[in-house]
Design a binder for this molecule. Sequence first.
Ligand code: AMP
Length: 424
Amino acid sequence: MNTAFFDLGIAEPLCRALIAEGYETPTPIQTQAIPVLLKGRDLLGLAQTGTGKTAAFALPLLQKLCTGHECRKPKSTRALILAPTRELAIQICDSIKTYGRFLHLRHAVFVGGVSQTPQVKALAGGLDILVATPGRLLDHLQQGNLRLDAVDTLVLDEADRMFDMGFINDLRKIVALLPKKRQSMLFSATMPSDVAALAQSVLHDPLRIEVTPQGRAADKIDQSVFFVPTAEKRALLAKLLGDRKFERVLVFTRTKHAANRVAEHLEKGGIASEAIHGNKSQNARQRALARFRSGEARVLVATDIAARGIDIDGVTHVINFELPNEPESYIHRIGRTARAGATGVAISFCDASENTYLRDIEKLTRTAIAVSGGVRQADQPPPSRGGAGRPSRSSKPSRPAFGKPRDHRNPRGQNQKVRGARAK
Ligand code: AMP
């Protein structure tokens, strides 16, 4: 018996599923949120992926649905979970399936980019839990495939991201169709004023819980940078990947085009790789993720949008093939490693045109990232926003910029944190 979760009030069939998953101790957000949500209160959670927030809301939700007296109704759902991206929605639904494996609840995920027909079929007998992206949910509502008057629990996940992606009007339309009497939860990594206003209108007397994993996650990640001209980045990547310690590697580029090129280059060099970005169909993205998760592909090359919120266990290394132009993205990227208590390694490749990006990142994280190879070249103008980071004509590739890489078998011991103070 998993007493830690049982003590929080979680019922036996759910605890059994958690044991099977290897969850022994609740994370801080779970400890704080679960008892309160079980009592039916609303929740405002300031937390991002990696904190265990999915289980924090999913476990009380599953428990409520299997102990409640309401029945499923055709074309209806009892609980609605909204997520900004398809990947996140699918991932939440997978977690629900995992935690609820000993329960008899019906759940489904509705996202765009795939056929509506199976989704309409799933609605025929009614659902207990529906996880959806706002756009596809609205399509179903407008076509009369679904009604929301039986929803008694609402979860809005990554609310700040919903704003960034322009979903706010869709969200407002959806919320207006929900019964007033319901339990609601809203999660967001940040709380700008527009998200706070949304929370105010959606939640009733919520408990506010804040967990800040960024500092802690970064502490467990060995971060370093190679100063390297763009023209030499692919060779450096291949060289690093020659070390089998780079077991499950997530590589980030700024553009879809660059993601494809890097993945193709690695494949040609005999390194099983996949690319994931917004130009790929939903099915192709899922296939790429599945191959990476199963270990068939050792490398996944991703753009920021496609990777946001993705939770893949056991990513040993994150490589920033191109530095992000938004420093916050760096934190999200490196947070894909060192998940659920593990340690991880994040390596960045910095061309002279990306020096300003690196400076912005170091300012935000208040950390001087240790230099693994090369020397910082004179600043060159950064590539245009979202640009492909083409090789700069004036960079000097005559001498290998990366020299001898650090020994990544024991990277922690060699990492010199120059300033050390971190954003809390
Ligand atoms: P999340 O923040 O919900 O995306 O969860 C991040 C990762 O932590 C996922 O891989 C979960 O399976 C894992 N996780 C969540 N809660 C726990 C727990 N109590 N013990 C161990 N792993 C957990």
